[in-house]
Design a binder for this molecule. Structure first.
Ligand SMILES: Cc1cc2nc3c(=O)[nH]c(=O)nc-3n(C[C@H](O)[C@H](O)[C@H](O)COP(=O)(O)OP(=O)(O)OC[C@H]3O[C@@H](n4cnc5c(N)ncnc54)[C@H](O)[C@@H]3O)c2cc1C
Ligand SMILES: NC(=O)c1ccc[n+]([C@@H]2O[C@H](COP(=O)([O-])OP(=O)(O)OC[C@H]3O[C@@H](n4cnc5c(N)ncnc54)[C@H](O)[C@@H]3O)[C@@H](O)[C@H]2O)c1
Length: 484
C-alpha cells in the first residue's frame, strides 16, 4: 500500500503517553500524525480513568464535608442519588481538557486522525475510520501508545449494567445501595473508598491479606481503619468462586463458602495492553509478559522504527510515567542524548484518604542497608494543620539510612498525601540530609510540618544510638584507667 501522506512520526493513541510524544515531536519541528480510535482525544486518563474518578472523589469529599456540618448547612443526600448529578463538573472538566489537548496538538503542528490504526509494514500504518474509510499513512518512526483496558476474568460475567468494570462503573444511573468490589489494587481501593464515603455499603475482596499489597502495611492499615469507619468491609485471602446476576442482585460465592449479595459489582483485577488491533505479529515486534510490547531503555522495540510507551509496555501503568516515556522516546528519535533512567517514581493513590509513596519501602531499605535503618514517624494529629482539618488517620513515615542522615523513602497517608510526597521526592533526589527539615523554616500551619516532626524523630533516635555506642567505649576507657 502506498501512503497517501507521509510524516516524520506517527503516534498511535492520544492518552498521556501519545499526547506528550506528539507534542514534544511537533515542538521540535517534526511533522506528526496522531491516530485515535475513539471520538475524542485524551485516552483512558481523560475519559475513563484518572479525571472521571477524581471528579467523583471530589464530589464525595464535598458531600462528606457537608454531612459533617449538617447542623450548619441543613444538608441531606437524596435517597435516589443519580451518579450523573455527582459528576456534573465532569463535562466541563472533560470539555476544557479535550479542547486544550486538540488545540495543543494542532497548534504544535500535529495532525489528528480519528480511526483505528494497524500496521501495514514497519513504516506504514492503515487508519480505518468508523465509517469504514481507509487512509494509509507513512512515517520514518511510529510510537505505539495504545494504552490498556480492564482485564475481564473469563468466569465473571461483566455485563456493564450490574457487573461493571472501571470503564463502565460511572455509567451507573443511580448510586447503588450496595457494591461488591473484586480486587483490592489501586482502582478497587480508590472506588471502594469513594463509594463508601458516599454512603454505599461496600464489600471489597481480594486474594491478598490486605489491600494495596505494594504499599507500606502501616499506611494500608490506616486506609482500612478509615474505610471500615465509613461502613466498608474488607475480606482478604479469598477468591470469588462464582458470580451471577440473579435478576435482583449480584450474588457472589467466595471460595471460603461465604455468600455476598449486592446491587452492583465492580471488577478491578488488573489491566491488559491494547495490542490486538495493531497487527504487531506481522511486524515481528517482540512481546513481554501478558503480551505487552517489549522495549529497551529508550522505549524502542525490537523493530528499530517502532517505539512504545505508556500502559502498552506494562507497569507501572501511570499517566505521570507514560507522559515522561513519550517525551523520552521522542528525544531518542531526535538523536538527543539519553536522559538518566527513571528510577524514582512517586506513587499517588487517590483513595479516601490518599496514600502516597516515594523511594524505598521499609522492607527494601532493610534489604539494602540492614536492620539499623532509622525510621521517623509523624502523626497528623500532632500537626496543627492536621488538627484544624480534622485529619484522623494521617501519618508520614520517613526512612533514613543507618546513620540517620540520608533519606531513603517517604510514605504518607492523609488527605493531600499525593502532593505532599513531592517534598520528600525532591529531598531524596537532591540527597538532602534529614536535618535539612530541622534547620530550615516551613510554613505554619501546614501538613508539611509532618516532615519536620518525622525528621526530629529520626534525629532523636540517632542521638540515642550514638550515646549508646559511646557508652561501651567510655566504660573501656574507665576500665583501662583503673587497671593502670
Ligand atoms: C480508573 C482509573 C484511574 C486512574 N487514575 C490514575 C491516576 O490517578 N494517576 C495516574 O498517574 N494514573 C492513573 N490511571 C492510569 C492512567 O490512566 C494510565 O496509566 C494512562 O492513561 C496510560 O496512558 P497511555 O497513553 O499509555 O494510554 P491510554 O490513556 O489508555 O490511551 C490510549 C489511547 O489509545 C487509543 N487506541 C488504542 N488502540 C488504538 C488503535 N489501534 N488505533 C488508534 N487508537 C488506539 C485508545 O482509544 C486510547 O485513547 C488510572 C487508570 C484508571 C483506569
Ligand atoms: N492513582 C493511580 O495512580 C492509579 C489509579 C488507578 C489505576 N492506576 C493504574 O491502573 C493499573 C491497574 O489497576 P488495577 O487496580 O486494575 O490493578 P492492580 O494490579 O493494581 O490490582 C488488581 C488486584 O486484583 C487482585 N486479584 C487479581 N485476581 C484476583 C482473583 N482471582 N481474586 C481476587 N483478587 C484478585 C490482585 O491481587 C490485585 O490486588 C495499576 O497498575 C495502576 O498503576 C493507577
Amino acid at each position: 500500500m502506498t501512503p497517501e501522506e507521509t510524516f516524520d512520526l506517527i503516534v498511535i493513541g492520544s492518552g498521556p503517553g501519545g499526547q506528550k510524544a506528539a507534542d514534544q515531536a511537533a515542538k521540535s519541528g517534526l511533522k506528526v500524525a496522531i491516530i485515535e480510535r475513539e471520538r475524542a482525544v485524551g485516552g483512558t486518563c481523560v475519559h475513563l480513568g484518572t479525571i472521571p474518578s477524581k471528579t467523583l472523589r471530589e464530589a464525595a469529599l464535598t458531600i462528606a464535608t457537608l454531612k459533617r456540618n449538617a447542623d450548619v448547612f441543613d444538608f441531606k443526600l437524596k435517597d435516589d442519588m443519580e451518579v450523573s448529578t455527582l459528576m456534573k463538573r465532569l463535562d466541563s472538566v472533560l470539555q476544557s481538557y479535550t479542547s486544550f489537548i486538540s488545540s495543543h496538538i494542532g497548534s504544535s503542528g500535529g495532525k489528528v486522525f480519528l480511526g483505528r490504526a494497524s500496521f501495514v509494514d514497519q513504516n506504514t500504518v492503515l487508519v480505518t475510520t468508523v465509517k469504514g474509510k481507509r487512509i494509509v499513512l507513512g512515517a520514518k518512526n511510529v510510537i505505539v501508545a495504545s494504552g490498556s483496558r480492564p482485564r475481564t476474568p473469563p468466569d465473571i460475567p461483566v455485563d456493564h449494567e450490574h457487573i461493571l468494570d472501571s470503564d463502565s462503573i460511572l455509567s451507573m444511573i443511580y448510586l447503588p445501595r450496595s457494591l461488591t468490589v473484586i480486587g483490592a489494587g489501586v482502582i478497587a481501593s480508590e472506588y471502594a473508598s469513594i463509594f463508601s464515603l458516599l454512603g454505599v455499603k461496600v464489600t471489597m475482596i481480594d486474594r491478598t491479606p490486605r489491600p494495596l499489597m505494594f504499599m507500606e502495611p502501616e499506611l494500608t492499615a490506616k486506609f482500612l481503619d478509615n474505610f471500615t469507619r465509613n461502613g466498608g468491609k474488607y475480606i482478604g485471602n479469598v477468591k470469588a468462586k462464582s458470580v451471577e446476576w440473579n435478576g435482583l442482585q449480584v450474588r457472589t460465592v467466595l471460595d471460603n463458602g461465604e455468600e455476598l449479595l449486592s446491587d452492583k459489582m465492580l471488577v478491578a483485577q488488573g489491566r491488559l495492553a491494547n495490542v490486538e488491533a495493531l497487527n504487531l505479529e506481522a511486524m515481528d515486534v517482540e512481546r513481554g509478559r501478558n503480551g505487552v510490547i517489549a522495549v529497551d531503555e529508550n522505549y524502542q522495540s525490537s523493530v528499530p522504527s517502532i517505539y512504545a510507551v505508556g500502559d502498552v509496555i506494562g507497569p507501572p501503568s501511570l499517566a505521570s510515567v507514560s507522559m515522561e516515556q513519550g517525551r523520552r522516546a521522542v528525544r531518542h528519535i531526535l538523536g538527543k542524548e539519553a536522559s538518566d533512567a527513571i528510577d524514582l517514581v512517586p506513587i499517588g493513590i487517590y483513595s479516601v484518604p490518599e496514600l502516597s509513596s516515594v523511594g524505598l519501602s521499609e522492607e527494601q531499605a532493610r534489604e539494602r542497608c540492614g536492620d539499623n535503618i532509622i525510621i521517623g514517624r509523624a502523626n497528623f494529629e500532632e500537626v496543627a494543620r492536621g488538627q484544624i482539618a480534622g485529619i484522623q488517620d494521617g501519618m508520614l513515615k520517613m526512612i533514613a539510612d543507618e546513620k540517620g542522615e540520608k533519606i531513603l523513602g517517604v510514605h504518607i497517608v492523609a488527605e493531600g498525601a499525593t502532593d505532599l510526597v513531592h517534598v520528600g521526592e525532591m529531598a531524596i533526589l537532591n540527597g538532602n540530609h534529614v536535618d535539612t527539615f530541622l534547620e530550615n523554616i516551613l510554613n505554619f500551619p501546614t501538613l508539611g510540618e509532618a516532615y519536620r516532626i518525622a525528621a526530629i524523630d529520626i534525629a532523636n533516635k540517632r542521638a540515642k544510638r550514638l550515646s549508646r555506642k559511646r557508652q561501651p567505649r567510655i566504660q573501656k576507657l574507665i576500665d583501662e584507667a583503673e587497671l593502670n
